[in-house]
Design a protein around this ligand. Sequence first.
Ligand code: PLP
Length: 362
Amino acid sequence: RGTGRLYNFAAGPATLPPEVLAKARESLGDWQGLGYSLLETPFSSDEFISLMETTRNQIKSALALPDDYQVLLLQGGASAQFSLVPLNLLPATATAGYVETGHWSTRAFEEGRRYARARLVASSRTSQFDRIPPVDHWALSDDLQYCHITSNETANGVQFHADPSCGDIPLVADMTSDFLSRPVDIRRYGLIYAGTQKNLGPTGLVIVIIRDDLLDRARPETPTVFNYQRQLERQNRVNTPLMFAVYLVHLMLDWLTEQGGLTSIHARNIAQSRALYRVIDEDDFFQCRVLPGHRSMMNVCFGLARPQLQQRFVSEAADRGLLNLTGHSHAGGLRASLYNAQPDAAVAALAAFMTDFRQRYG
Ligand code: PLP
């Protein structure tokens, strides 16, 4: 692959800032002067309890969470929340609404319907998930205990660019692939969950943000380690937390602050994704099926008018150090993921490669 810089466009686990990785490595030596590493530190130690508290507070301050929103750092990744949200929020006979916009919202709906009466209130399936259905067309009704959306469809490259309002129905959002990529109107949401392997680093950890009025509704059979109320009462230490993962998230939140916070990172994400969509839209050589205005800033999904060139594109890109550009196995095509830590130089290198590839094969 040559000796040049490598850029990783994977959809998650995703590229991380080198300075964060260096600090994470340091924690494997003598952590906080304790004489052993973070990996060997008791989770009931003052040092770790303080790290958990700091990390939760960093999330609260990054999103400017009002006092009636709580933050949990749980295990099981985002997929576990597909079942844990209904278990924690509603009885089996109650109804929840789901907006279907691509692969991940379909997964959430299919899992949700195992635990409750789940109903699709809107779907863009008939147009092959090329858009977010407008909120005034959603079939919302008073019997819905919550309405679930996937704010960014990682596999399909479709994203909500504004926070929808469901009136009095609590909005539940899977924000796994665009969490902390932009400021959000938090009051619109009753619950947000996000796996951290995109914008915040580690796999297996999921952040749950929940409004107080939705707490203490869990069904009795909800596993205690996944019961939001029980975990809050025990300061998130019902079981041994994902300590190293929490530390990595803490470092990424420090890094986010150094970048200027959500407003700055949002501007960078807009600029990076525009640079790629501009190259794609220049003519018909590259194609993006998602309608302008609905396209993801995080996962730029595209294809080639001549799909037989795709393998060549991926392998020539890899030769230039541009890695992991193959699309999701369900959606096909190509995908460049531009999470918060993606450097501008990576996007410039990819845009230049795409232009060159078109000149040679167009
Ligand atoms: N939701 C979205 C939007 C995702 O992109 C992913 C993974 O890519 C998941 C859920 C599943 O996350 P996990 O693998 O942490 O369960």
